[in-house]
Design a protein around this ligand. Sequence first.
Ligand code: ADP
Length: 162
Amino acid sequence: MRVLYPGSFDPITKGHMNIVDQATLLFDEVIIAVLQNPIKKISFFTLEERLEILNKLYYNNTKIKIIASNNTATDLALEYKCKAIIRGLRSIKDFEYEKQLAEINKDISDDQVNTICLFAEAKLQTVSSSVVKEIFYLNKSISKYVDPIVEEKMIKKGENNK
Ligand code: ADP
C-alpha cells in the first residue's frame, strides 16, 4: 500500500522523522509531500530548500519518495494513487485539527482519500517545527530535536540572513 505524508516540514523534526519511520514499517511506499501551508505565510526554508533537505535525509531509502508541490494533499493523494494520507498526532489540540482536516479531505475527494493518524514516540511528542525555530532564534542548540543535516542548514541560512 502506498501512502502520502504531507506537511510543511519547515523544518523537518525528529518528531516528523519518527512518523516516517513508523509509516515505512507499516506501508510499502511512503511519499513525503512538502507543501506550502497557506496559513503559515512566513517560512524559514523555501519549498526547494525543504525538498533538498528531505532528499538528503532519505536518499538511500527505496521505500520513500519526496515531492514538493503547491497542490493540495488530497489532489496529490489522488494523483499518486495513494490509498491514504498519514498525519501525526501529538495532543488533543492536534486531534481536533487533524479530525477536521481528515473529514474535509474525505469530503472533497468524494470519499476516496482517507487519513491514518500515527503517534510519535512519547519523548518526541512535544517537538514541533515552530518550537525548533524559537529555540534556534534564541541561539540555543536544536540538536536534540532535528537531524544534524537540518541543524547545519539552519545555521547556514541564519548566517546568510544576518
Ligand atoms: P502542517 O503545516 O501540514 O501541519 P507540519 O510540518 O507542521 O505541517 O506537520 C505535518 C504533520 O506532522 C502533521 O500531521 C503534524 O501533526 C505532524 N507532526 C509534527 N510534529 C510531530 C510530532 N512531534 N509528533 C507527531 N506528529 C507530528
